[in-house]
Design a protein around this ligand. Structure first.
Ligand SMILES: Nc1ncnc2c1ncn2[C@@H]1O[C@H](COP(=O)(O)OP(=O)(O)OP(=O)(O)O)[C@@H](O)[C@H]1O
Ligand SMILES: [Mg+2]
Length: 510
């Protein structure tokens, strides 16, 4: 007897439909699963047998042939257990019809419970796109699945529950559609805690307003880590589309909190400097997204930047430019998006006091050079804003006056983002940092004074073409923050001032 049940598979971030076809015929008893499967699927034979036993059903004494189509897509994981189980029951006529527009995903445990799987969100999105009317998912993944509207999501706890549902004995009801709450700003870290440091705060406001990368550099204890950790409190909220994209990456990595099925806050990832290149950029035998992709649509903070392995940092160069990471494997090429803001923090030398106005640096010039050369020129070029964090002044620390709160800074960031939303209407660009080179001059108009300033900056700083583009985009953000429709000389000068760190520290011979 033949039966067919729908399931879904995952390759990287992309889901694909899988048909579970089964044929049970008389003959030598065996149970085979075909269709480019890996050992995990072979193991599902044991789980399915045991789960059937737990429901009081004897596994058929017959030849049971399961085929997972399409054969040319590599299927991995235990996600098809539930669909294979249903197909066997259907072929054995243990249950009445299984609707063609229902899909099943989930792993079975030996006692018949249904276990959570990774990547439910992209799979349910595809099921809806393909016109499926219902999807049966592990109960632990149900909230995540019910973020998607227009498809009935059934939360399955056990194999037994499915049988009772399809026999009409105890019909299940679909889960309620999950509507994420308005993104609430409940950040505990606020810029008001940081005394003084007005120019660093202003630079970070520009970074947040235009989505620019920034490098904080300064002496120990000047507040670099403190400043960077407060960035989430001034970033604009995620749009629903951005939230879905980011959640998909966390879903396939199995990092979603069951109580928060959709990520509504921009991610803030701050990996330790001992991280491997695969951990940072993605990889592994079954390629997993790295920190750079987990931070997609949010912020990646690399504290103590100079302590990271140089090769690990260099791997980020291309992804930072392309806004995606491509991992090649024999089974195919997987691409993960990584549209991020990169914030780095570091000391200028091993002792930390190089260039300090009051304390003497004890490092030799050679040591300073070796330390700074851990950050290559091309990587430095990708930081739009080099922020010199000066030591905190005693007067600032002891002042009784209160500092500006994150909420107030965010208001200006949001106003600048609204101007950008208008500028980029009809395109998929979301902020100034993402303007593509072909649209740069059309979207960032300069007046004559700005053009002249740009030329003189380019010549005197010996800039690269990339640095030119980046200065122009930062100048555009500064103009947006000031409500100016055109980029003027002042905006270019302010933007160029943030590139000056490479002259101060990365001198000739470094
Ligand atoms: N501007 C500031 N206002 C108030 N407190 C500050 C300020 N800067 C530093 N501090 C205090 O100093 C501590 C250390 O600051 P932070 O860790 O941010 O320094 P850092 O620049 O990252 O130093 P390091 O180079 O050693 O990593 C903070 O936890 C805070 O208590
Ligand atoms: Mg620090």
């Amino acid at each position: 007897m033949f039966a067919k049940v729908s399931s879904l598979g995952l390759f990287g971030l992309n889901a694909f439909p899988v048909d579970v076809e089964i044929d049970i015929s008389r003959g030598q008893p065996y149970f085979e699963i075909d269709g480019l499967t890996d050992t995990v699927i072979k193991e599902s034979r044991d789980r399915i047998r045991a789960a059937m036993r737990s429901c009081g059903i004897n596994f058929p004494v017959a030849s049971v042939m399961v085929n997972l189509a399409p054969a040319d897509m590599k299927k991995s994981g235990s996600v098809h257990d539930l669909a294979i189980f249903m197909a066997i029951l259907r072929a054995m006529r243990m249950i009445e019809d299984v609707p063609e527009d229902a899909a099943f995903i989930g792993e079975l445990s030996l006692n018949g419970d249904v276990r959570r799987v990774n990547g439910v969100l992209p799979m349910v999105m595809l099921a809806r796109e393909n016109g499926m009317k219902s999807v049966f998912v592990p109960a632990a993944n149900a909230r995540e699945a019910s973020v998607i509207s227009g498809i009935d999501v059934y939360a399955v706890h056990s194999a037994e529950q499915l049988i009772l549902h399809f026999r009409g004995e105890e019909p299940m009801t679909p889960s309620e559609h999950y509507i994420p709450p308005e993104a609430a700003y409940n950040e505990t870290l606020d810029f008001a805690d940081v005394r003084g440091q007005q120019s660093a705060k202003k630079a970070l406001e520009i970074a947040a307003a235009g989505g620019h990368n920034a490098l904080l550099i300064g002496a120990p204890g000047s507040g670099k880590s403190m400043l960077a950790k407060r960035m989430p409190s001034i970033l604009p909220p995620l749009t629903f589309e951005e939230a879905l994209e980011t959640t998909k990456i966390h879903s396939i990595s199995g990092l979603l909190d069951p109580d928060t099925p959709i990520i509504t806050k921009r991610p803030f990832r701050s990996p330790h400097h001992t991280i491997s290149s695969a951990g940072l950029a993605g990889g592994g035998s079954i390629p997993q997204p790295g920190e750079i992709s987990l931070a997609h649509n949010g912020l990646l903070f690399l504290d103590e930047l100079a302590e990271f392995d140089r090769r690990t940092l260099e791997i980020m160069r291309q992804p930072l430019e392309d806004r995606r990471v491509t991992i090649a494997r024999a089974s195919g090429t997987i691409t993960y998006p990584c549209t991020i803001m990169l914030i780095g923090a570091m000391n200028p030398c091993p002792c930390g006091y190089y260039g300090h106005p009051k304390r003497k640096c004890i490092c030799s010039q050679k040591k300073v050079s070796a330390y700074l050369s851990k950050i290559s020129g091309p990587l430095l070029d990708r930081f739009d804003l080099h922020i010199d964090v000066a030591p905190v002044e005693y007067d600032d620390l002891s002042a009784k006056t209160s500092e500006e709160s994150s909420a107030d800074i965010r208001k200006r960031v949001m106003a600048a983002r609204e101007i950008q939303a208008e500028r980029f209407r009809g395109t998929d660009i979301t902020c100034n940092a993402l303007i593509t080179p072909d649209k740069l001059h059309e979207m960032c108009p300069m007046d004559d004074g700005a053009e002249a300033m740009m030329k003189s900056v380019f010549d005197s700083l010996g800039l690269s073409a990339r640095a030119y583009d980046r200065i122009l985009k930062v100048a555009q953000t500064i103009a947006d923050l000031g409500g100016s429709e055109v980029i003027t000389r002042r905006h270019v000068a302010a933007a160029a001032q943030y590139r000056s760190l490479d002259r101060k520290y990365w001198q000739d011979g470094v």
